[in-house]
Design a protein around this ligand. Structure first.
Ligand SMILES: *[C@@H]1O[C@H](CO)[C@@H](O)[C@H](O)[C@H]1NC(C)=O
Ligand SMILES: *[C@@H]1O[C@H](CO)[C@@H](O)[C@H](O)[C@H]1NC(C)=O
Length: 306
């Protein structure tokens, strides 16, 4: 078996040569506009062959040129539009992949990775591969609502805010609505954040947001609705004028966990608020309310111990 392979290699030097110092990389790579991308280009180093130059060139629709060159004098970015946006790792023998930051639509084109080696007998060997780069814009995703506080029940006069968060290529525009049962929803804001300086019981209701960018079909993405409730805190029995709701310690069955207030908010939203303060499993949409998570992080050591 081993003899056979050996014989085959000896008898087909062309086959052997093809694998020798070959550059490998995909023929096509897709990057997201304003994101970053790696154009792979790699070879297996051979001890008698020393890399002399590396050159990344590009052909755009209208123009072409050398993006990056590495030689004995160092690294050079030759096309000014790539200045400060491209790099090739150092100290990774054989890996000469090109990184491009902050992709522009005009970066799309055909990129060539060319490497030259010097053999021990001083002759030069050159190889290259090409990769087509596409730059795409990404449509806005369905937005999620993040609340300034976990839970969506507030006492009258409270400050609160809801933030609409969608992913996708910028710019993304946002709109906030209040549902009107049996009627047309009320447009409240054209910004990502909906904020109240002083909530009133009449603010109780269902809210949702929309996100949209100028990509693809421009479909407007709508969030699930959340139920916001404004009422006196139920822990304060018989509230009397002048009595701060903070004078009475809140009802806390375990540690600092705030009580659960029933709402008919969508499950995901409730989970977001609760998971931030409980030990439940992480929920996909539960990354909201960073402030609340921060508080929990400080609180946990006291309630749980080692
Ligand atoms: C080369 O480095 C890049 C990161 O810069 C990495 O993603 C890639 O997997 C590496 N390729 C090889 C063949 O090691
Ligand atoms: C130098 O070495 C390379 C690779 O080993 C070989 O292909 C080439 O024929 C040699 N050139 C000379 C002039 O000996």
């Amino acid at each position: 078996m081993g003899m056979l392979v050996r014989a085959a290699m000896l008898m087909s030097p062309l086959l052997f040569c093809n694998a020798f110092l070959d550059l490998t990389g995909p023929s096509e790579v897709e990057g997201i506009w304003k994101g970053s991308i790696t154009l792979p280009c790699a070879y297996v180093p051979e001890k008698d062959f020393v890399q002399q130059t590396l050159k990344w060139t590009v052909i755009h629709d209208q123009s072409s040129g050398t993006v990056f060159r590495r030689d004995s004098s160092g690294d050079h970015v030759l096309l000014s539009k790539y200045r400060d946006r491209v790099s090739v790792l150092k100290d990774t023998p054989g890996n000469v992949s090109l990184h491009i930051l902050n992709l522009e639509v005009s970066d799309r084109g055909t990129y060539t990775c060319q490497v030259t080696w010097r053999a021990s007998n001083n002759s030069l060997i050159a190889k290259d591969i090409t990769t087509k780069v596409e730059v795409v814009k990404v449509a806005a995703t369905k937005p999620v609502i993040r609340a300034s506080e976990p839970g969506l029940t507030f006492p009258p006069g409270a400050r609160a805010s809801l933030t609409c968060v969608a992913n996708g290529s910028p710019p993304i525009s946002y709109r906030w609505f209040r549902s009107v049962p049996g009627g047309k929803a009320l447009l409240l804001s054209s910004q990502a954040e909906l904020a109240w300086d002083s909530l009133q019981p009449s603010d109780t209701g269902k809210y949702y947001c929309e996100a949209e960018n100028r990509v693809g079909a421009r479909a407007v993405q709508q969030s699930d609705a959340v139920q916001l409730t404004v009422r006196e805190s139920p822990v304060t029995q018989q509230p009397s004028p002048g009595t701060s709701r903070h004078t009475r310690p809140p009802f806390t069955p375990r540690g600092g966990a705030p009580q659960r207030v029933p709402t008919d908010a969508p499950a995901a939203k409730q989970a977001a608020g609760r998971d931030a303060v409980s030990e439940g499993p992480p929920v996909a949409t539960g990354e909201g309310t960073r402030a609340a998570e921060g508080q929990v992080g400080e609180r946990r050591p006291q309630t749980e111990g080692p």
